[in-house]
Design a protein around this ligand. Structure first.
Ligand SMILES: Cc1cc2nc3c(=O)[nH]c(=O)nc-3n(C[C@H](O)[C@H](O)[C@H](O)COP(=O)(O)O)c2cc1C
Length: 194
């Protein structure tokens, strides 16, 4: 499966090369369908607050063809909720009390038809936000047999920190090494352009 993930990254680069070529010739190439692994039955489930992780999720969807699903908290996060300098804010409380599980809306996935789950999120406090833990708890039965690739966006924190907390919190899941996308949308594009 590690090989599959590497294939995805290579496919992103390959797709980008196709796009650049198409732009240079000013010719639309609507047939540039990214095909990386027809056997991979995957879904991309992501949480985002300000949109960066959604961009990353869409980039992955472009090369995998996977269904993309946004994880929605029952109670959306306001800007006050994500004020990490306020000790009383929702995000700080959910960080300090690791048992908290903010309710989420059900996700529309036929888990029986897929074998790989990409889970995307913004790094909050060097780790996954509590809503991700809610998802991992609520869908334990559906996820336990799947291959799981986490991915994140952050200002600077590496994916390895969330990789560690996810493995520690959910040791029975089949985790693969995650991928961090840069937080700035322009940087994401730049990363793909490399
Ligand atoms: C509550 C909160 C905590 C954060 N903690 C970190 C952190 O520990 N390390 C980091 O690099 N970025 C941190 N960030 C920045 C986000 O990870 C980054 O802006 C991310 O790309 C946002 O993704 P989104 O637009 O999908 O919500 C934090 C942001 C918020 C709102």
């Amino acid at each position: 499966m590690k090989l599959k993930f590497i294939k995805i990254i290579m496919a992103i680069l390959a797709v980008n090369a196709v796009v650049l070529t198409a732009c240079a010739s000013k010719t639309a190439n609507n047939n540039a369908q990214p095909q990386i692994d027809k056997d991979m039955k995957s879904v991309i489930i992501y949480f985002t607050h300000s949109g960066n992780t959604e961009l990353a999720a869409k980039d992955l969807a472009a090369v995998t063809g996977a269904k993309i699903i946004r994880l929605m908290p029952e109670q959306p996060y306001s800007s006050e909720d994500v004020d990490w300098v306020n000790e009383q804010s929702r995000c700080t409380q959910e960080h300090l009390d690791q048992s908290l599980r903010p309710a989420i809306k059900p996700v529309d996935v036929n888990f029986a038809a897929i074998d790989t789950v990409f889970i995307g999120f913004p790094i909050w406090w060097h780790e996954e936000p509590a809503v991700i833990r809610t998802f991992l708890d609520n869908y334990r039965e559906q996820l336990k047999e799947k291959v799981i690739y986490p991915f994140c966006t952050s200002y600077e924190s590496p994916m390895s920190e969330a990789d560690a907390t996810l493995r520690k919190g959910y040791p029975d899941y089949n985790w693969k090494t995650g991928l961090r996308f840069p937080a700035d949308p322009d940087q994401i594009k730049k990363w793909i352009d490399q």
